[in-house]
Design a protein around this ligand. Structure first.
Ligand code: S3P
Length: 429
């Protein structure tokens, strides 16, 4: 297990081009694997997770050429092949859940496997809608390995019981290949990359009020695209900027999809001054350059993250919790029970690591209540092999007294292999 030492820093200055967004990379990889023609993708995520999706596409018969961050995928023209190996989703819940919907309409037998963490994560949430569409799926007590006996599916009308873009995507990815028109309404609106990606690849998708409609029997065509920089990876440095009064950070080609950008509002409330220097749109996704400096917090009391905001910030909550003790008024996180079934139990791991650094807070079943104005000390951090925990506490370490040792730091490679080298460049420690 790799250990990284992070020392306290004096400031954070510089500019970054972030690796391609993980969520968008997964979707482009999967749809490209099924489409007709060759998809050319620039700034594809360097994280291990989207590469699990690419490897699955290769196992399903797509031709994948990996030229660093430039990826070419020649799709199977609408028909996946019978794989000769299990589809290995690695650590990636996105791969396992979204891929299940994409492959279920194909007349083959598929086995989906993952690493220890993925095997502990709930999969019943995709089995329910997909089996309502007629898919035959075997789970092991609600978990992977998953066996799918694929075949023709029929449309359903579905309401997502929990906010999950992965579950929504599994239904949409099955829906455009099913018989009839599938409709879907979300309890809380989640990231809409799948809707944009499906349209980019030529599918028709409509929205009426809060309900999405997707007709079956649709074919996809290859695209050329640049994947916007990953805002959830940028989150670590955006939160780090809040820790230094003279921080100056420029983030180039950053994804700013409105269903993902709640973090920019939260950073502003906590005292970040964000200027958008330019913005453009491609395939429905916004991408631009932002500059971040530090000012005074806008909030006059503790910042509360709950309800729909929790769902929008789900991947950024670990780093927000990790910097919360340093903020002026602290942060209250509620309605975040989902964090307990991510790559790790993120509430428990954040709590254990905050405690190790000497923070005072209250743990709830669905969140954390963290007062501000605290001083932390360096400690040994357990990443729990969870990428976002490793990176969140590397950020907390920047303002701690003494050095911090991050055990299991290599987990950062799941979404952001360049994280520790960027941290050094920006903070000079
Ligand atoms: C993702 C959706 C979220 C998020 C995950 C990526 C996606 O998961 O936590 O990192 O790309 O759709 P859920 O769908 O489980 O909320």
């Amino acid at each position: 297990m790799a250990t990284q030492i992070v020392r306290p820093a004096r400031t954070l200055q510089g500019s970054l081009l972030l690796p391609g967004d993980k969520s968008i990379s997964h979707r482009y990889a999967m749809l490209a694997g099924l489409a007709e023609g060759t998809t050319r993708l620039s700034n594809f995520s360097t994280g291990a997770d989207p590469h699990s999706s690419l490897a699955c596409m290769a196992a399903l018969g797509a031709k994948v050429e990996d030229k660093g961050t430039h990826i070419e995928v020649t799709g199977t023209g609408g028909q996946f092949h019978q794989p000769t190996v299990a589809l290995d989703c690695g650590n990636s819940g996105s791969t396992m859940r979204m891929l299940s919907g994409l492959i279920a309409p194909h007349p083959h037998t598929f086995t989906l496997i993952g690493d220890h963490s993925l095997t502990l994560r709930p999969m019943e949430r995709i089995r329910k809608p997909l089996s309502a569409m007629g898919a035959k799926m075997d789970l092991v007590e609600g978990h992977a390995p998953i066996t799918i006996h694929g075949g023709p599916l029929k449309a359903i009308d579905f309401e997502t019981p929990i906010p999950s873009a992965q579950v929504k995507t599994a239904v949409l990815f099955a829906g455009f290949q099913a018989e009839g028109t599938t409709s879907l309404a979300e309890s809380i609106r989640t990231r809409d990359h799948s809707e944009h990606a499906l349209r980019a690849f030529g599918a028709t998708l409509t929205r009426k009020d809060d309900r999405l409609f997707i007709a079956g029997g649709q074919k996809l065509t290859a695209i050329e695209a640049t994947v916007p920089g990953d805002l959830s990876s940028a989150a670590f440095f955006l939160c780090a900027a809040l820790l230094f009064p003279d921080a100056n950070l420029i983030l180039d080609s950053l994804g700013m999809n409105p269903t993902r950008s709640a973090l920019l509002d939260v950073v502003t409330l906590l005292g970040g001054k964000i200027r958008v220097l330019n913005v453009e749109e491609k395939h429905g996704e916004l991408m631009g350059t932002i500059q971040v400096n530090t000012g005074a917090p806008v909030t006059k009391g503790q910042l509360e993250i709950s309800g729909a905001l929790t769902a929008q910030l789900i991947d950024e909550l670990p780093v927000l919790a990790a910097i919360a003790p340093y903020t002026q008024h602290g942060i209250l996180i509620r309605d975040a029970k989902e964090l307990r079934v991510k790559e790790s139990d993120r509430i428990d791991l954040v709590a254990r690591n905050l405690r190790a650094m000497g923070a005072t807070f209250t743990e709830h079943e669905d969140g954390l209540d963290i007062p501000g104005g605290q001083k932390l000390h360096g400690a040994t951090i357990d990443s729990g092999s969870d990428h976002r925990i490793a990176m969140a506490f590397a950020i907390a370490a920047l303002r701690a007294e003494g050095e911090t040792e991050i055990d299991g730091a290599e987990a950062a490679g799941i979404s952001f292999p360049e994280f520790f080298s960027h941290l050094k460049e920006l903070c000079g420690n």
